[in-house]
Structures are given as C-alpha cells and as structure tokens.
Design a protein around this ligand. Structure first.
Ligand SMILES: N[C@@H](CCC(=O)N[C@@H](CS)C(=O)NCC(=O)O)C(=O)O
Length: 201
C-alpha cells in the first residue's frame, strides 16, 4: 500500500485534497504547515518549491497542485468510482472540468477579487462572465458535471465555487448554490470539514 501524507493548513486550498482523501477513505497522515512561517522554511521548499499547500507525498513522490492531487488519487484508487476509466465515455469531459477548476475558474475569480480585468484575448481563462456561462450550461438539468455521478471533477469545481461563495466573490444563486449545496451534504465533505475545524482549533 502506498503511504499517503498530506501537507495541509486549515482554511486554505488544502481543503480540496483533504476532502478528496476523505472521499477515497484510505489511511493517510497529515503534516500541519503554518502558511505564515513554516511554509517559508527551506525544509518546506524541498516539499514544494512554490511554498504552497497542499502537497501530497505518495510513497516518497511529491504531488502539488490540487487538481493533480485529485486526479492521481482518483486514478490510483479507481475502485472508489471517482473518475471515469481512461477508455470510458466521459473521461475527456472529466479531465476538462478538473483542469477548468484550477486554470480557468480560479484566475477568473482572482481577477474579480483584485478588481482588475485582464484583457480576455490575453487571459487563458477568458473572463468571468464566460466562465459562469460555461458552468451554467454544463450544469443545466444535471446534478453532476459528468454523467450522472459525482467525480473528482465535481470535487474540484464544487470546492472552488464554494470558496468563491464564502469569500463573497460568487453570488449564492442557482445553479451554483444548488450544485454546491448538494456536494456539501456528502459524508466525506462533512468528515473533512470536521477534521479541518478540529485542526484549526
Ligand atoms: N495551485 C495551487 C494553489 C495552492 C495555494 O495557493 N495555496 C495557498 C493557500 S490557499 C498557499 O499555500 N499560500 C501560501 C503562500 O503563498 O505563502 C493548488 O491548486 O493547489
């Protein structure tokens, strides 16, 4: 069995990986990293030279970037049913939405948080209006992004949208509110929340 160790700080993007580990349900260790000081240490730079959490140590190999961590876990523990198989219908859409979370949704909302507009032709993420419209279309009449079941793509997109709502960057309106509302009812989400609260003290 591959040993799993998550470098984590409560109330950060580390939550995506914590939630994913709870969905997987395999044993894992947590290493708490304080993002104010620990993260600046040379020891942590050896874990992630970007000096950011989360990072997941999988038997000595380090994975950073939440979508990569979720993709790896879903594939490594394929029996948990959190990803369409490589040759199954829906695999392409699944990867699309997983990447969309980090490379499109996130930067579009950061633009909003910073009250700036990157010219849409220059920005790989286009603009926030197009991001929202794409998600509204993808969720139209559906409970999940891919097929009729929850996947790691829902975790990454839903967790990112939830962050944006909590920071008042996304209005709590449907379909986003209903979609996120469904995801946060999952037992694994609740376990991850409880663990995070306990660690935050
Ligand atoms: N692209 C990374 C972003 C991770 C990230 O930005 N983490 C923040 C916490 S929310 C962090 O570690 N910040 C510490 C710092 O930049 O000093 C991912 O998706 O996992």
């Amino acid at each position: 069995m591959t040993a799993l160790t998550l470098y984590f700080c409560p109330r950060t993007r580390g939550f995506h990986a914590l939630w994913m580990l709870e969905e997987i349900g395999e044993p894992y260790d947590l290493r708490l990293v304080n993002i104010r000081d620990d993260i600046q240490s040379e020891a942590y730079a050896a874990v992630n030279p970007m000096r950011k959490v989360p990072a997941l140590d999988v038997g000595g190999e380090l994975i950073t970037e939440s979508p990569a961590i979720c993709t790896w876990l879903a594939d490594r523990f394929a029996d948990k049913g959190l990803a369409p198989a490589v040759d199954a219908p829906g695999r392409g859409s699944y990867l699309r939405w997983l990447f969309f979370a980090g490379s499109v949704i996130e930067p579009a909302f950061i633009d909003k948080a910073m009250s700036r507009e990157t010219p849409r032709q220059m920005a790989g993420w286009g603009d926030l209006a197009a991001v929202k419209a794409s998600l509204i279309e993808a969720l139209d009449g559906k409970e999940y992004l891919v097929g009729d079941r929850f996947t790691a793509a829902d975790l990454m997109v839903g967790s990112t949208l939830n962050f944006m709502m909590n920071f008042n960057l996304l209005e709590r309106v449907d379909p986003f509110a209903a979609y996120v509302g469904r995801l946060v009812e999952r037992p694994a989400y609740k376990r991850a929340m409880a663990r995070e609260s306990e660690l935050a003290g």
